[in-house]
Design a protein around this ligand. Structure first.
Ligand SMILES: Nc1ncnc2c1ncn2[C@@H]1O[C@H](COP(=O)(O)OP(=O)(O)OP(=O)(O)O)[C@@H](O)[C@H]1O
Length: 245
């Protein structure tokens, strides 16, 4: 039977080289069909959680389970095959290539041409910009539109869970809204999402579950709307309470 929790990190300790631990007993669960958003101060370890979850950084202790299977210690390629896709921080679109070429790179491991075409149709239905600009050079798209190309590429493996590292970075508020709408569309298409965001308040407005990280641990977690409504959390981690009119 398929597990209700797609991705589960339990008691993770992790760090870089000989430096002090960055994650100190962190546990996070990503249930099927949900967006889980990690927020917290700079340096809290948010991106490190994604690196551990995708196999880029091996934890010193703790376990990672994907679809109920223990995948601790497996590398990024094995985890990709097992259903996890990671969209890294920054921009990874090849500007001189077309949108189609960029998206199809995500399906390089799929030999079956009809399956490939089916998946391309699937990502086009989720991301209208990708469908509309399919034959255009990707460098001509705006930053927010390029993000959608990156999302589409990540979905070509039909993952169960996608990790998104600060997708709103460098985008203005309007484009940020569009990118968060696309994240919600991925979730609605059945893909679970673990997202890291600096833009904490706005990301939590879109997410289902929020996790506040501090000093390498989960300080608190729960329904995103409840975290947003908590005045103490607001002051400490979400840049203060929103202005009331
Ligand atoms: N490749 C690396 N090598 C050594 N130390 C690193 C590396 N990447 C991150 N760190 C350190 O790990 C700690 C946590 O970094 P991480 O990027 O996970 O935090 P974050 O919560 O995502 O921060 P931000 O919000 O600023 O992006 C920081 O002290 C950082 O300096």
């Amino acid at each position: 039977m398929a597990s209700d929790v797609i991705l589960e990190l339990t008691d993770i300790e992790a760090g870089y080289g000989k430096a002090a631990l960055v994650l100190r007993g962190l546990s996070v669960q990503v249930p099927r069909g949900t967006v889980v958003c990690l927020v917290g101060p700079n340096g809290a370890g948010k991106s490190t959680v994604l690196k551990v979850a995708s196999g880029l950084l091996r934890p010193r202790s703790g376990t990672i389970r994907l679809n109920g299977e223990d995948v601790t210690g497996q590398g990024p390629q094995a985890l990709l095959r097992a259903g996890l896709s990671h969209v890294l921080q920054g921009h990874s679109v090849f500007r001189e290539m077309t949108v189609e070429e960029n998206v199809m790179l995500g399906g390089y491991s799929v030999a079956d041409q009809s399956l490939l075409a089916e998946r391309a149709d699937f990502v086009k239905t989720i991301f209208p910009v990708v469908a509309d600009r399919w034959a255009q050079t990707a460098g001509l798209l705006s930053g927010g539109q390029q993000k959608q190309v990156e999302f589409a590429r990540a979905l070509m493996v039909r993952p169960d869970v996608v990790l998104l590292d600060e997708p709103s970075m460098g985008l203005d508020p309007k484009k940020t809204t569009t990118v968060f709408e696309q994240v919600a569309r991925m979730r609605d298409a059945g893909v679970a999402v673990l997202i890291v965001e600096q833009n904490a308040r706005r990301a939590l407005e879109m997410a289902d579950i929020g996790c506040v990280l501090d000093l390498g641990k989960v300080f608190t977690s729960g329904p995103a709307q409840e975290l947003l409504a908590d005045p103490k959390l607001s002051d400490l981690y979400l840049g203060g309470r929103p202005a009331t009119t």
